[in-house]
Design a protein around this ligand. Structure first.
Ligand code: ADP
Ligand code: UDP
Length: 238
């Protein structure tokens, strides 16, 4: 697979063209940002960990019948994926209160919901990724109501698969962000990444944060936490 010109550089990844117009290469960086880019830094080996973890999780989801953009891992930090037209939404599923849910509604972190919640943010850095509801999504023609229904259904299925996957490894899935996109034929599939950058993952026994919240909140041991969550995932595969 020939790596062509760079099409995009985001905060955590770069995208490259390939010789196949339907495929792109995602290249993961060690760069980390938080608070809409206001806090910047790097996390040692993050690119490789996120690449590998996201690929393993997407493969697991494919085996459960959930369609994703994943094609093939090319090397430790690069993966071949299907080129999608991204639906500009951050789809956030929560099992436990944390982060912006806690601050927005004035509730402490760590309260377990009876059933998961879902919310959308409009992916727009200039506007600060504002919350948006299904009616706004349809009104702005960001997605059709059929697509929104498919996105919600898939997001909850992803949640139940990821929740049990991590529970088997002694990890609690608190919340996470997904993105979706359309293939050329209009089929909506799971895109982007599933990693400690995009999920809150707590060690079940100690509630230790094993995700990007360590970076956001200036906690110690950021790179160690990324390595620990990856080793928990790898260890239980053998
Ligand atoms: P950001 O754009 O928020 O800074 P990243 O650095 O993670 O985020 O950049 C990756 C970009 O690639 C995101 O904008 C994401 O929506 C987009 N993307 C993810 N998967 C695909 C795909 N399969 N096809 C096209 N674009 C994708
Ligand atoms: N998230 C993400 N990208 C974003 C915003 C949130 O991956 O731009 C993830 C975040 O890692 C967490 C979940 O979505 O797992 C919910 O985040 P929240 O809304 O609580 O926002 P935050 O506290 O990160 O501002």
């Amino acid at each position: 697979m020939i790596r062509g010109k760079q099409i995009y550089e985001g905060k955590a990844k770069k995208l490259f063209e390939t010789d196949d117009p339907e495929l792109v290469i995602v290249s993961y960086k060690d760069d980390a940002t938080a608070f809409n880019g206001q806090k910047k830094g790097t996390i040692e080996a993050k690119g490789e960990i996120n690449n590998r973890m996201s690929n393993l999780l997407m493969k697991m989801l494919e085996e459960k019948g959930i369609r994703t953009h994943f094609v093939r891992e090319l090397n430790s930090s690069e993966t071949l994926v299907k080129k999608l037209s991204i639906i500009p939404l951050e789809v956030i599923v929560r099992n436990i209160t944390a982060g912006s849910f806690s601050s927005r509604f004035g509730v402490e972190e760590g309260i377990v919901f009876d059933s998961p919640t879902i919310e959308f943010s409009y992916k727009n850095d200039a506007l600060g990724d504002p919350l948006i509801n299904s009616y706004h999504v349809a009104a702005l023609k960001l997605a059709t109501s059929e697509e929104i229904a498919a996105v919600k259904d898939t997001a909850f299925r992803v949640n139940s698969e990821l929740k049990s996957f991590w529970a088997e490894r002694g990890v609690t899935l608190v919340d996470f962000k997904l993105e979706f996109g359309r293939l050329a034929d209009g089929t909506v599939v799971l895109a982007d990444e599933i990693s400690p950058d995009t999920c809150r993952l707590w060690a079940s026994a100690t509630k230790k944060k094993l995700d990007k919240d360590r970076f956001r909140r200036d906690l110690s041991g950021v790179a160690e936490a990324y390595r620990e969550i990856m080793s928990r995932l790898e260890r239980s595969r053998s």
